[in-house]
Design a protein around this ligand. Structure first.
Ligand SMILES: Cc1ncc(COP(=O)(O)O)c(C=O)c1O
Length: 492
């Protein structure tokens, strides 16, 4: 059935309900804001508070959608090319955990790139699945990981034909996509479903110049952060499902297990209106956004010692398409870390970036940006380049430190629940780690529970901390110690 994508059944019904101004004897106890701190109420506004509601009879229930939430999810499914769309009020992290737990149980194998977001590893710990890691292709110039190749998926499936799923990141945080369609064809030839971490791809379905979306490539499930690049409120995401390899009832049941019973209707309504906007104006808005980003990319590339990544990095099987709305800017030639530049932009120019690492900064461009704002970024980078050009030497090849992939000695779940002890950071090499360590953002673990700590990865962690980057995940947030699996001495 053709649906009218201009309709917003969830948002409209909420507004209609609020207009009736019912006397409320239900939660939330702030009762349209009257029972909350007046300063916050004034700031946030009566409109938002009037639709901060809960799953009373007329307003449907995300756990068993039959009314306005179901209609909104059906419209989203049509817009995203899915058979079913499930709304998530727990970000893409919640959707990813549900995705993994829908297909994997204890002991089941799942093929995953090693550069996955921590939520995938959380799903693996919770389900008890065994990850079979695939090495992503690494860009030695930028110090970042791209996608995985169809060939490596083929090889892994030959070695592990009993795998329950293949998980792919499409596109990566940096906007690079591998050959998802080929990977889907390979996995499907083994009747194995493909799950996609589409946290950075809410918009890609809606413009031809952007990488193929998970649903367009024929994948079975995709967890998509509408809040990141699709225009909804922070924490609102969707889980798309198509084909007949995974049961929608199972997905609904698992999602329900992991989801709060107090679902935010502000978040749900924002998904409804974001879908409308993407479906009805997405193409035109993205056209302008892509032009603006490309123009900015060209201007940044005129600046000495600074490089903004473009299509020239494509051409391998792990990097076949790029999202041009991501401005990945390499600053290493200035003798500065990405984190230094992030701070300079903040302190001197009042500009906030999406993330930085040892070598790069990442800026995202959306329809919410203007030409003037992007010009400010270009001018700030021009000034930084001029201020630090004395440090740069084009002839010197800056060496890029890349974390090696440690050996997995125990499943992440076994390691997480094993008897453990704390050892000084510098004495952890050779031990099996019991906790996650990552830089967030991007949230890709340096260590996963069950891996054997290596000296090189300790050095890499140290370098990130020295640069001031947010290394987190470990119990000791100062990272003076690490939690490792207790070693058993043989009884004499
Ligand atoms: C690749 C990737 N996957 C998943 C997530 C989780 O998304 P969310 O923040 O919506 O929970 C992120 C968030 O940064 C991410 O970068």
């Amino acid at each position: 059935m053709e649906r009218n994508q201009l309709e917003t059944p969830l948002f409209t019904a909420l507004v209609e309900h609020a207009k009736k101004d019912p006397v409320q004897f239900h939660i939330p106890g702030h009762k349209k804001g009257k029972g909350m701190d007046p300063e916050f109420r004034e700031f946030i506004g009566d409109n938002a508070l009037s639709i901060d509601l809960i799953n009373i009879g007329p307003l449907d229930d995300l756990h068993l959608p039959k009314g306005m939430i179901k209609r909104a999810q059906d419209l989203a499914a049509e817009a995203f090319g899915a058979d079913y769309t499930f709304f998530s009020v727990q970000g893409t992290s919640g959707a990813i955990m549900a995705m993994v737990m829908s297909v994997c149980g204890p002991g089941d194998k799942i093929l995953v790139p090693r550069n996955v977001h921590k939520s995938i590893m959380s799903g693996i710990v919770l389900s008890g699945a065994t990850p079979i890691f695939i090495h992503p292709e690494v860009d030695p110039n930028l110090g970042i990981s791209h996608g995985i190749t169809p060939e490596s998926v083929e090889r892994s499936l030959e070695q592990h034909p009993d795998s329950k799923a293949v998980l792919v990141i499409n596109p990566t945080y940096f906007g690079i996509s591998g050959d998802l369609k080929k990977i889907v064809d390979i996995a499907h030839s083994h009747e194995i479903p493909v799950l996609v971490d589409e946290a950075h791809g809410a918009h890609i379905q809606f413009h031809d110049e952007l990488p193929l979306s998970a649903m367009q490539a024929g994948a079975d499930m995709a967890a998509t952060s509408v809040h990141k690049l699709g225009g909804s409120l922070t924490q609102s995401s969707i889980l798309n499902l198509r084909g007949n390899l995974i049961s929608p009832n199972r997905v609904q049941a698992v999602l329900s297990m992991l989801t709060t019973t107090s679902t935010s209707y502000l978040l749900l309504a924002s998904l409804d209106v974001a879908r409308k906007s993407l479906a009805t104006e997405g193409q035109a808005l993205l056209e302008d956004t892509i032009r603006l980003a490309e123009l900015t990319r060209a201007k940044i590339n005129e600046i000495d010692h600074i490089y903004c990544v473009g299509r020239e990095i494509l051409g391998t099987n792990a990097a076949v398409a790029i999202d041009p709305t991501k401005l990945l800017i390499s600053v290493k030639q200035l003798g500065l870390t990405g984190y230094d530049v992030e701070n300079l932009l903040r302190e001197k120019f009042n500009i906030e970036v999406e993330l930085s690492d040892l070598y790069n900064i990442l800026c995202i461009v959306t329809s919410g940006d203007s030409e003037e704002e992007l010009l400010k970024l270009v001018q700030a980078l021009q000034e930084i380049s001029a201020d630090f050009k004395h440090q740069s030497d084009q002839n010197v090849e800056i060496s890029v430190l890349l974390p090696e992939i440690p050996v997995l000695a125990l499943t992440p779940r076994d390691a997480f629940y094993a008897e453990s002890e704390v050892v000084p950071f510098e004495q952890a090499a050779g031990r099996i780690i019991a906790e996650f360590v990552m830089v967030y953002p991007p949230g890709i673990p340096i260590f996963i529970p069950g891996e054997i700590v290596t000296e090189e990865n300790l050095v890499y962690t140290q370098k990130n901390m020295e640069a001031g980057l947010p290394v987190q995940g470990a119990e000791d947030y100062e990272m003076k110690s690490l939690r490792v699996i207790k070693e058993q001495l043989a009884t004499k």
